[in-house]
Structures are given as structure tokens and as C-alpha cells.
Write a protein that binds this ligand. Sequence first.
Ligand code: SF4
Length: 290
Amino acid sequence: MSDTQIYIVNVSGGLTSFEALRRTLERYGKERTRAIFADTLIEDEDLYRFLDDQERYFGITIERVADGRTPWQVMHDERCITMQSAAPCSKILKRKLIDKVLNERYAPVTYTRVFGMDWTEMHRVDRLTASLAPQPVWFPLCEKPYVQKCDIAEYLEKIGIAVPRLYTLGFSHNNCGGGCVKAGMAHWAHLYYTLPDRYAVWETKEEEIRTYLEKNVTILRERVNGVAYPLSLHDFRLRLEAGDTSYDKNDWGGCGCFAPTSQDGLWDTSTLQSLIVPTAKKKVESGRVA
Ligand code: SF4
């Protein structure tokens, strides 16, 4: 790379993107580092506090961009919730939006994209690298010293920055206020038990989409004898309220805002949990709800 190459860090509001930004600034300095954040407009309020804290700590500005629509509005416009397991919301509100901003601003290949995926996510790293080629990419957390999210949380504690509250509540990511169209039953049960009002918003939005499309489309799927059936958030809540906890505790699903899927050839996000909240279930990765 030339010594004038600039490094553009995708800041998600999660722990690993904090560390990616920290390492980029450490290696290339403020002059050659940029930070960009795509706002879905349904982020957890504490995510913005975390962005503000990062700006103060590093002495930089994180550029904040937004399509102007929420994931629910995208589902409405695209007439689907997910498409062959790919999520139009992340593609449109994050990946395409940032691509557009950068393409309008910079000549191709004159900058390097930086992402917070780590050494445990090589499948995502490989897909993203291939999808963005020949655009140079860098994954600082795939290099030594290897760290886990608990290490990043410890570092934040040392420098006096609070870990984003969704992590401390046991969520595996800090995206979309703790909800996600790619999350599974265990994740949605956790949202229901932890932030029931937010679950209620997602439930209402899902019902609106179902009514609008006049189809039995749902975020959740339930497998019975190997066959997947739609399961609405409404019906899932009724089961939980009735004390039925027989849902698949391993079905955490996976938010994937910044790593490409095989379906759309683009990208997805990160993962964490037990490291930060020891009592939480196993799993790793990344919300103001309007
Ligand atoms: S976190 Fe989930 S719901 Fe939010 S934009 Fe990404 S894929 Fe869509």
C-alpha cells in the first residue's frame, strides 16, 4: 500500500469495530484513518453514547450516514423480511449505503476498507474479501494479538468507557436495538425476557408486514421433523407467556450486517456473549427503537 492510502473503518457500535478502529488509528494515525457508521434508525440509545465516547477518546469524528428508512420500512418496500436467508435491511441500510458514499467520494482501490471481524469468523472474512475484490480490505482482529470480546470489554473498562448496554444485558450484538431478522428463537426469547417493550415493537412491525403482504411470512422458523414452519413473534410470545420454554435454546441465529451471504454476494456482522455476560448462552456477535 502507498503511504498515502487511507483506511476506512466500518464502525458498527459493537466491540470488535471499536478495536478495529483503535488498531487502525494506532498503525496509521488520524491523518490516514476514517470511521463511518450506518444508522438503521432503530439502534439502542446506548449505541450513540458509545459512538460519542469513541469520538472523545480517539479525538476523531465518526461519520454517521443513514438511508432514512428503518429495517421495517425496507421490509415493506422490498415486500419481504428475508430473502433466501439474506436480509435486504442490512444490504440496503448498511452495505449498499456505505458503498455508495465511498464510491462517490473516492476513486476505486485508493483506500482500504477495515472491518471488525475477528479470527473466529474466517468464513465471513473470506466471503467479504472476495465480494469486495479488488478493493483492498483489512481485518485487524485477524492479526496478533488475538483478542476476544471480553478482552476488549476489559480494555474499555480500563479507559473508562462503558460497554454498550446490550452486551451487558446478554445480547450477542449491538445492532438494531437487540432485534434482528436473522436472529433465532433463543435470541428472540432473550429479547422478550430482557426488553419486552422492544420485543412488542418488533412483534407489531412483523404483524404489519404480514398484513400488508397478506402472506404467512415471519422472522422465525420452527423446525418440526426436519421441516421448517413460519412462527410469528406473536405466536412465539404467547408460548413464552404460557410458560412453554421448549424452544430451541441453541437457535441464536446470526445477525449478519457486515459479511456477505452466499445469496447476495455481500456481507454480515459479529458475535459475542458468554465472554461478557458469563451467565448468558454461548455465542458471539452485534439499537433506539422508534
Ligand atoms: S441487524 Fe439484522 S435487522 Fe438490523 S439491519 Fe442487520 S440484518 Fe437487518
